[in-house]
Ligand binder design. Sequence first.
Ligand code: PLP
Length: 414
Amino acid sequence: MMRCEVVEGSVLKNLRAVQRPMGYDGDCFLVPGPVRMGQPCLDAMATPVMTARGAEFRDEMAKLNSGLRYAFNLSPSSPVRKSQSWEGEDGYKVIVVSGSGTAAMEMVIANRFRPNDLVLVPTNGKFGERVAEICKRFCNVKHLKGEWGRAFDLGEIERQLERKCYEAVLICHNETSTGITQDAESIAEMCTRHETPFILDGITSVGGMPVHPLEWNAEAVVMGAQKCTAGPSGIAAVAINQNFVERVETIRKQGDTNPLYYFDMIPALKKGDDDQTPWTPAINLVMGWSAALEGLQEETNDARWNRCAHMAKGVRSLFTDLGFELLADASGRSASVTAIMYPEGIDDTWRTRLKDEFNTQVIGAQDHLKGKMFRVGSMGETPVEEMVEGCVRMLECFRACGHELPAVDVAAYF
Ligand SMILES: Cc1ncc(COP(=O)(O)O)c(C=O)c1O
């Protein structure tokens, strides 16, 4: 839909003044999730209802399981019912969760740890801090609370691991609140050396940048549909390895499980063999996500990771060349989201004007950074042309807000 055409006056006036790069004239939706869903995903969600336990739905579930294995960068499985679509040769299983990414993260933490366990959670933004908060509900936490946007102190993590007291290390892999991606490879190497399980919130990394559960020996990785895979909001998934499953089962046998019911992993593990979920599945969301994952498989992980990285690099170079400051340390700037500080004299009214007058949406900051910066998402199915046009409009909106900027060939950055 070309929303641009139905917005009155100022939008069209402002857009006409802008030099158009490649003819993209739709609305620019450059938000780090939920991202725009493609037509195949929307069409699949409009499928008439089917029974939750019949063969028809289990076919859909098998398709989704197989697509998820691809997105998680795991070994392939057949998208066919009764073929163990959720498993592969690498020992990982995927489990679909009805709920957003936070629900899936809670399911992992609540099932995997006993109330007396101690876990290590280094953080540098809101979503890492959320991981620590969830952990606090279910076990003990050593929270290495770092400044937002600063890279982790790997030496400190190593020193903590040398204490040999941690049941696991949990990180938010791609910190959407600050635009920093953690050095998961180095942390994984340390965890392997210290024989400490490693768990990742991969909610804005899986499908948007290289994630290697097997090579990183990750016990669990979580993803949310509405982010890099351009699926619907309200459904998520976890990939867990054999060690994770064994620990969950042992804790249950010992009678030391945290209180839980809906997110109990044991019934989910029983139903998975049968391409089923323990409770009524989010049927139409399953179909929508499955269609979105078909799109990912057509594009391929490599191509999507490259497109996201290419767009993020263009945004970074453009804005830093123009004198803007980025929040995240240069060593770990994200491929799926860029956090840009507002220049002096600009606040979130810029974002309101960008939306109302330039038909372009980015997102603001959270907590103490509210009103001080904006975040540009480069994930999902966003075409490069939309990112170029969105950046042209962002610059034009800054000029309209009184922030002087030189003329610049935006397209050349992409
Ligand atoms: C890295 C990260 N973790 C967790 C969440 C929370 O996910 P949800 O809102 O799907 O529960 C988000 C949401 O933006 C996120 O970006």
